[in-house]
Design a protein around this ligand. Structure first.
Ligand code: MN3
Length: 205
C-alpha cells in the first residue's frame, strides 16, 4: 500500500524569469515567484497539514474557508489566496502574447462600449487600490463582465465569482523596476497579457 503525501506545489512558469523583459523585469519575476509565491505555498501546506483539503483543488479550498477551524482561516485566506492568485496571474502573461480576437473584442465592447474605455476602467481599478491587492475583470454568473478591485490576497473565487483577467498591484510586483510609477507598470503590463488565455477563461464554465 502506498501512502501518497499530497501537498500544494509551486508551479513552474510556462516561460523563463527574464521572458517578460523589459515590461516585467527578471529580478522581480524571480523574487515574486521563488520567494513570495513559494512562501504562500509553504504556509498553505503548513496550515492544512494533516487535512484532506491538501488533496482538493485550490478553488474548492478557498470556497470553504469558513468551515475550517477558526485559527486556520486567516492563514488559508492569505496563503491559499496568494497561491491561487499568483498561479493564474502568470498564466495570463506570455512573452509572445496572442492579440485580442474579434470575438473577445465584441464581448468586451458589449459591456464597456469601447476597448479604450475598458482599459481606462481597468487601470482606474488598479490605480485606486490602496496598498496591496488586484484589479479584476470578472465574469459574473449571467455571463456579463464587470471590473472590481480586491484587497490583499482576497479573490472573487471565494465568493463563487470567476475572475478572468487580473493585475497584482502589490509593490513587490513592480517596485524594483517602476518604484512609485504604478501607472507605467499598469500600462506596460498590457504588452504581455495573453488575450487568448483571457478568452479561454471567459469561455470555460
Ligand atoms: Mn504578488
Amino acid at each position: 500500500m502506498y501512502i501518497v503525501a499530497m501537498t500544494f506545489l509551486l508551479p513552474k512558469l510556462p516561460y523563463d524569469h527574464d521572458a517578460l523583459e523589459p515590461y516585467i523585469d527578471t529580478r522581480t519575476m524571480e523574487i515574486h515567484h521563488t520567494k513570495h509565491h513559494a512562501a504562500y505555498v509553504n504556509n498553505l501546506n503548513a496550515a492544512l497539514e494533516g487535512t484532506e483539503r491538501l488533496t482538493k483543488p485550490i478553488e474548492e479550498v478557498l470556497q470553504s474557508i469558513d468551515q475550517l477551524p477558526q485559527d486556520k482561516q486567516t492563514a488559508v485566506r492569505n496563503n491559499g489566496g496568494g497561491h491561487y492568485n499568483h498561479s493564474f496571474f502568470r498564466q495570463l502573461m506570455s512573452p509572445k502574447p496572442h492579440p485580442m480576437s474579434t470575438h473577445l473584442e465584441g464581448i468586451i465592447m458589449s459591456y464597456f462600449e469601447t476597448i479604450d474605455n475598458f482599459k481606462e476602467k481597468f487601470a482606474a481599478a488598479a490605480m485606486g487600490r490602496f496598498g496591496s491587492g488586484r484589479a479584476r475583470l470578472i465574469k459574473e454568473n449571467d455571463g456579463s463582465l464587470t471590473i472590481m478591485s480586491t484587497s490583499n490576497q482576497d479573490s472573487p473565487v471565494m465568493e463563487g465569482k470567476k475572475p478572468i483577467l487580473w493585475l497584482d498591484v502589490r509593490e513587490h510586483a513592480y517596485y524594483l523596476k517602476y518604484q512609485n510609477l504604478r501607472a507605467d507598470y499598469i500600462k506596460n503590463r498590457r504588452n504581455v497579457v495573453d488575450r487568448k488565455r483571457v478568452e479561454e477563461h471567459y469561455e470555460e464554465a
